[in-house]
Write a new protein. Structure first.
Length: 84
């Protein structure tokens, strides 16, 4: 199974760049028919994870993927599952 990974540690405090990277990774997964995207917002205070989840909950983004899974073993990781 093909998988993409996006680590947000380096840009955690740049909101516009975070949105751009999230858009890029979702579009790339759709274009390349990737089944799984792993996003690593990190543990921290949880604010970045909330931002990622809000981004993924936008109607036009939500239409592109099948489901979101919050890793129950690692709080700082989110999986996006695609069905192509």
């Amino acid at each position: 199974m093909a998988k993409l990974k996006l680590d947000l540690h380096d840009i955690y405090n740049r909101g516009d760049q975070i949105d751009a990277e999230l858009n890029r990774i979702v579009r790339e997964a759709v274009e390349k028919k990737i089944e799984l995207v792993e996003i690593i917002p990190g543990k921290g205070s949880g604010q970045l994870k909330k931002k990622v989840l809000r981004f993924l909950d936008q109607k036009h983004i939500r239409a592109l993927y099948h489901r979101v899974e919050k890793d129950d073993k690692n709080f700082g990781r989110i999986f996006i599952h695609f069905r192509h």
